[in-house]
Design a protein around this ligand. Structure first.
Ligand code: HEC
Length: 275
């Protein structure tokens, strides 16, 4: 008796499902939200296994952001544990209110009146990386510029008219919008030239540039600081993410091995059917 179960059909179908899930997932993670006047958001690649980066990010967050923005869905001791900081060291250095207990939620240090100060209450940032996207945050925090028409003397390309002051100004320095002469590009993709062969320049505005020696950090150091800070916000938005992604790979390997073994088993059974 010959039974043709035709397993290969199912294999192909499950492989296609796997591929489509993989690609849909990739499209979603590439979505960073529009960065408005900034143009394309800068790409951000998190690295949640870089514990030191997360530790630096947490420290920057608590020193510069926590005064206004709570993280009310996370607990102090969970962050300490995930970031591999011993609880006593963590509490000594990063928790300023001594009445806080390890298991407390990070509800913030700001009173209800803050709405009156800024016109908008500073939102809780636990989930900000989920709804704004990490690309957006990474670009936003680096896109402040001097604008004397605004309440705090600054504006933001990514979030024009933001009610948040540039709290990192002393580190970054005074960033301004400048204009530059840049070569005009001809239709064939090359630089456009006049009759005597000199490139033609055109003034374009909207470039960000930090005034020399106004900030404590160099451009690269500041970018790294924002990288760590954004990395931390990605972690806080989903503390289990690194573990989830690791387990995902184990599951994929398991399926691959299981598929190989079951197809061997299928061949073995098939020998009997064909007798
Ligand atoms: C002085 C108070 C204050 C501090 C300090 C502060 N922020 Fe804000 N932040 C605000 C306010 C107010 C808003 C709301 C802006 C708006 O919607 O116009 C905001 C908005 C944001 C948003 C956008 C959230 C959203 O849902 O649109 C992000 C991201 C953010 N802040 C990150 C940070 C980070 C990171 C730090 C630390 C480096 C920080 N903030 C420090 C007051 C503050």
């Amino acid at each position: 008796m010959k039974i043709n179960l035709n397993y290969s059909k199912y294999l192909v179908i499950s492989f296609c499902i796997f591929l489509s899930i993989f690609f849909v997932n990739n499209i979603n993670s590439a979505e960073g939200g529009p960065c408005k006047d900034y143009g394309e958001c800068d790409e951000f690649k998190y690295s949640l296994n870089d514990i030191e980066s997360l530790q630096r990010g947490a420290s920057t967050y608590i020193n510069y952001c926590y005064g206004c923005h709570s993280l009310k869905y996370s607990r102090w001791n969970r962050v300490a544990k995930d970031l591999q900081i011993p609880e006593d060291i963590f509490f000594e250095n990063l928790v300023f209110d001594k009445s806080i207990k390890p298991g407390d939620l990070m509800v913030g240090a700001m009173s209800e009146e803050s709405v009156n100060w800024f016109g908008v209450a500073p939102p809780d940032l636990t989930l900000v990386s989920r709804y704004k996207g990490d690309d957006w945050i990474y670009s936003y925090l680096r896109a402040y510029y001097e604008d004397s028409s605004k309440q705090y003397g600054v504006n933001n390309l990514v979030y024009p008219g933001t009610a948040m002051p540039n709290v990192l100004l002393s580190l970054q320095g005074n960033q301004r919008l400048i204009c530059k002469d840049i070569p005009v590009i001809a239709r064939n993709g090359g630089e456009k030239r006049d009759e005597s062969g000199n490139p033609i320049y055109q003034e374009k505005c909207g470039f960000l540039e930090v005034e020399d020696d106004t900030g404590k950090l160099s451009k690269e150091e500041f970018d790294n600081l924002i990288y760590d800070l954004t990395n931390f916000l990605v972690y806080v938005g989903e503390p289990i993410k690194a573990t989830r992604e690791r387990i995902g790979w184990y599951v994929v390997f398991y399926f691959l091995i299981f598929t190989a073994l079951s197809s061997l088993l299928y061949r073995e059974y098939h020998k009997d059917y064909n007798k």
